[in-house]
Structures are given as structure tokens and as C-alpha cells.
Ligand binder design. Structure first.
Ligand SMILES: C[S@@+](CC[C@H](N)C(=O)[O-])C[C@H]1O[C@@H](n2cnc3c(N)ncnc32)[C@H](O)[C@@H]1O
Length: 196
């Protein structure tokens, strides 16, 4: 890690209500995130660090044959996700303990990772790389370092777009910076490099 001798920040589940604050939909509209996922409708999508499932629900609405897996390592978040996703045809909740995701290698077509990178480190990035199929891609959106700090994590816990790209590249992704589409956040699209 580089910017990344950084210590990932713990998540405080008592802040769960903030994830459904209407300002988040204004700043990071679900429809724009769905566009970046470029779904055909039959994919397996992993919402890594799904929180209360705001974006999982939107992905569910964009799938007909596919599946969206709402993954979280916080039992309280999973207990919020389960009832919210119960009636969704394509969604399920996955609780992860100890950082190892109980899914096979190359088993997902898309990974969505929104406002999560500052909470995770090398081990989780390695799992993302293991899980994504060749030809798939990951959409990573997170708070940019040095931007307004009315909301979001402290500046020292954030990365720059360049720092985040370096971490993904070091994990084995090629990364395109999709620019500042969302308030105070960078957006990266990462594709796994060929595994030989
Ligand atoms: C700021 S919330 C973002 C939630 C959601 N992505 C959204 O945009 O609404 C961060 C979430 O990541 C989860 N998280 C943090 N570290 C994680 C880890 N190592 N593995 C899986 N989930 C994690 C937290 O429990 C929390 O639900």
C-alpha cells in the first residue's frame, strides 16, 4: 500500500441511517451508478460493502435473469439488508467474516464498491480480483482526498483517485478514471488483467 500505509477506517453501524439520507441519492444517483455497470440483465453482480442496500435494490431492478449479492462484514448491516432485500427477485445477502468471501474464483461479472475503499485494504482488493471474471469490471466510487468535508470520512482516511488507482493496479487491475461524476468523489472502472 502507498497512500496506503493508510489504516482502513472501521465502519460504525450506528451511522447506518445516514446511508439512506436523500442527499446520497442526490450526490450519487443510483441510475448513474447502474449506467456505469453496463448491465445486460443476466449478470452476477457483487455489491461489496452493501450497507443498507440502497444500490443493491437499484441493481436488482436492472436484472431479469441475473443475481445481485449484497456483501457486508457487519452483522448489523446484514440484519438491515435481509428484510430490505427479502422481496427482491434477484438479490441476496452475504455476510463475510475474516475477509475471505465464500464464493468461487471468477464467479462474478461486476463488482460495485461505493464509499467502501477507505474501509478496506489489500486483502479485500485481492478477493475482488479473485472473484471477478475475465471480461467483467468493477465500478469503484469513493470520497476524494482534499474535497469538501461536510460529510464523509476524515481527509487522512480518503485516497486520491491516483492513490486508489495505484492500489487497484498493484492488485492486478487495469484502471480507467471515469472522472468526477459524483460530488466529492472519484469514479474508477477497473478490469482484471489477464491471469496466466
Ligand atoms: C459507507 S458504507 C457504504 C454502503 C453502500 N456501499 C452505499 O454506498 O450505500 C460502508 C459499508 O462497507 C461495509 N464494510 C466495511 N468494511 C468491510 C469489509 N472488510 N468487507 C465487507 N464490507 C465492509 C460496512 O459494514 C458498511 O456497510
Amino acid at each position: 500500500m502507498t497512500e496506503a500505509t493508510r489504516q482502513p477506517m472501521g465502519w460504525d453501524a450506528s451511522r447506518a441511517h445516514t446511508l439512506d439520507d436523500p442527499r446520497r441519492e442526490h450526490e450519487v444517483p443510483a441510475a448513474s451508478v447502474i449506467e456505469l455497470l453496463a448491465l445486460g440483465g443476466g449478470e452476477t453482480v457483487l455489491d461489496f460493502g452493501a450497507g443498507t442496500g440502497r444500490l443493491t435494490v437499484a441493481v436488482d431492478g436492472a436484472l431479469d435473469q441475473g443475481t445481485v449479492i449484497a456483501l457486508d462484514n457487519d452483522p448489523e448491516m446484514c440484519s438491515l439488508l435481509e428484510p430490505r432485500l427479502a422481496d427482491r427477485h434477484a438479490a441476496r445477502t452475504l455476510f463475510v467474516e475474516g475477509g475471505v468471501v465464500p464464493l468461487p474464483d471468477a464467479s462474478v461479472d461486476r463488482i460495485l464498491c461505493v464509499d467502501v475503499l477507505h474501509h478496506i485494504g489489500e486483502r479485500e482488493l485481492g478477493e475482488m480480483h479473485r472473484l471477478i471474471r475475465a471480461g467483467g469490471h468493477m465500478v469503484m466510487i469513493d470520497w476524494v482526498r482534499g474535497a469538501s468535508r461536510e460529510q464523509g470520512p476524515p481527509d487522512e482516511k480518503r485516497l486520491s483517485a491516483e492513490g486508489a488507482s495505484e492500489e487497484l493496479e498493484a492488485t492486478g487491475f487495469s484502471v480507467a478514471n471515469a472522472g468526477c461524476r459524483f460530488a466529492n468523489r472519484y469514479t474508477l472502472v477497473a478490469r482484471p488483467l489477464r491471469r496466466d
